[in-house]
Write a protein that binds this ligand. Structure first.
Ligand SMILES: [Zn+2]
Length: 281
């Protein structure tokens, strides 16, 4: 199989229509054989001064919906927005003098707005999680409450949810929290995952070693760059052409089945999207 014979999806990439390369980054992805994108809103404080109310979340989400539509124009496939609240917002809010409980309420309100966009068909999925760095117990509890609220809302509107969390391989408890709230673990995606994971579906960073581990594990998986589209940190993350490059490498090494898993079957199972039917070369 050749790269032209398959959809190529980056499951987690940011586009910044205010300060970043935006559609130009999507075009670079397309030039290298990429076809489909899930576009995540940037942490709210990057795009607007502060997201502490519903109106500000809407402003951030509208920018991302627009960025995904513009990206779709340069893709043979299409882009979909994924909206939510970055877990590090809790620290910003507490740093600004809010109690952890107030921070929790603000972030849950943001997730409610994201769920509304999904219910209206303006976004594909939600995003939540908990800090990847050490926090005190009250902030950790508040963060877990926010994430569990995200599971409830995703179950309500019938969508998948991507998680930003600490590193590690065992997220069985988190998957159980989702299932206790009516959301199947097959609709919970751990973004920035390594090749091995228990609990949610893994979205594996497009690193050769981790991809080989994922192939060995022979479970559903997605591929991503977590490209951040930040002109101040050009080398901080993988660039938009990385997923297409890794797909070429996988195909050269005979991993056609793994490419089908990550770019056709898992996207369909998790998000109910058809990357083949939405592809016109
Ligand atoms: Zn990200």
């Amino acid at each position: 199989m050749d790269i032209d014979d398959t959809p190529v999806l980056d499951n987690h990439l940011h586009l910044d229509p205010v300060n970043g390369r935006n559609v130009e980054a999507a075009a670079e992805f397309a030039d290298h054989g990429g076809t489909h994108l899930l576009v995540l809103n940037k942490p709210s404080w990057h795009l607007v001064e502060k997201a502490t109310d519903e109106a500000t979340f809407r402003e951030v989400f509208d920018l991302t919906v627009e960025a995904a539509a513009d990206a779709s124009d340069v893709l043979d496939g299409r882009a979909w927005p994924v909206l939510g609240v970055h877990p590090a917002l809790v620290s910003k809010l507490v740093g600004d003098g809010h109690t952890p409980a107030e921070a929790r309420d603000i972030m849950q309100a943001g997730l409610d707005v994201a769920a509304e966009y999904v219910a209206e068909g303006r976004a594909l999925a939600m995003k939540s999680g908990r800090p990847h760095y050490d926090v005190d117990d009250a902030v950790w509890e508040a963060s877990n409450d926010v994430m569990r609220h995200g599971f409830e809302r995703a179950a309500d509107v019938g969508c998948a949810i991507q998680l930003h969390t600490e590193g590690g391989e065992d997220f069985e408890t988190v998957a159980q929290w989702a299932e206790e709230r009516g959301l199947d673990r097959t609709q919970v995606v751990k973004h920035y995952s390594g090749g091995r994971l228990t609990g949610p579906v893994k979205s594996v960073l497009a690193d050769k070693d981790e991809l080989e581990i994922a192939i060995e594990a022979d479970e559903p998986f997605l591929m991503e760059t977590d490209y951040i589209d930040d002109p101040d940190r050009p080398g901080a993350v993988l660039g938009p052409k990385t997923v297409p490059r890794r797909v070429r490498w996988l195909l050269e090494n005979g991993h056609d089945d793994a490419v089908r898993t990550a770019h056709v079957e898992t996207p369909k199972a998790v998000y109910d999207i058809d990357t083949e039917a939405t592809l016109e070369r």
